[in-house]
Design a protein around this ligand. Sequence first.
Ligand SMILES: *Cc1c(COP(=O)(O)O)cnc(C)c1O
Length: 424
Amino acid sequence: MKIETKCVQGGYVPGNGEPRQLPIYQSTTFKYDTSEDMGKLFDLEASGYFYTRLQNPTNDQVAKKICELEGGTAAMLTSSGQAANFYAVFNIANCGDHVVACSAIYGGTYNLFSVTMRKMGIDFTFVSPDCTKQELDAAFKPNTKAVFGETIANPALTVLDIELFADAAHRHGVPLIVDNTFATPVNCRPFEWGADIVTHSTTKYMDGHGSGVGGCIVDSGKFDWTKYADKYPGLCTPDDSYHGIIYTEKFGTGGAFITKATSQLMRDFGSIQSPQNAFLLNLGLESLHVRMQRHCENGQKVAEYLSGNDKVLSVSYCGLPGDKYHHLAEKYLPNGSCGVVSFRIKGGRAAAEKLMKNLKVASIETHVADARTCCLHPASATHRQMNDEELVAAGVYPDLIRYSCGIENADDLIADLQQAFDKI
Ligand SMILES: *Cc1c(COP(=O)(O)O)cnc(C)c1O
């Protein structure tokens, strides 16, 4: 099936006489006839549901759809994109380990890595999205366990050279984790370029209507953990909390990563998505391909308008032929990138704030990437914790505005921007 059909029909397939729409299993718990039946679930000897903190059938059907969209072997939903990125890294990196991450990433992820996970004893080296093969190689250490980057960085809008990062990761015997939130599998499937694990904040385009915070992790099933068994003891040696099962032995390369994340991390941290939110996410996914097309058309038109505006210092949108990442976009995002356009305004922080105050169609929101156009000044919001040097390294200048084109008519968005520019 093509991606459009998978958006609509992937995941849940009703049997004869069953509901056409995905049922919401609004139940914390599941019933069994004998304690023996239940014991098998606790031993991971049988698959099934027992408590929604770990797994819920509604969530699993939606994860299955995203898994099909990305072309993976297993997937799980999480309560947020933050939880997805935390689980994806923490599933294979422990205290004393090290991770190489692209510096152009979402502010929340940067904070998670550079502050919170460092407190847990995991070290991170941040590399420029424009680094060379040699610079990338130099970032690895003997205790490196993963490489992390975003297909299209939020909000810097740099495009990750997925093959370059995947090759470096694989030369050093570690997987590449790609946060594919902005591109969505409609526009890029990182597994096709060598990525091993994909994460999403489903809060953005996948939900698409600003209705539910959520996340997802998908495993490509391609990374052979057993080849580097000494590096990944969590996947390749017995888990005492499940009577000594070995994830790679019992669930294979295609299932080990997600089973471990579910049975250990979800069990212990409980960042489960509510089945209600998973239902809404599934509705969003059904129109993802249609919406992405309009988001990209609007993004292109707004980016072109901004490039011709003399009050604008620069525009970042990889769909513009002059954009620094246009050549990478042609390779990895041939059908379009996303609806988010970043631009720097002349007159610094003050001008940025004034322009935004005068917008009427676009509202100021921390949110991004949904049906309604919204905008944000990252330096005073999502990236507030960074100093000026870190802001520049992340591609987030103090005069930068992140403008997220919704699916309205582009002429209205441009007229709104024009009247706001006229006031400064
Ligand atoms: C928003 C976002 C996140 C965090 O997701 P939440 O759902 O807000 O927790 C992670 N990565 C990217 C690229 C994002 O845009």
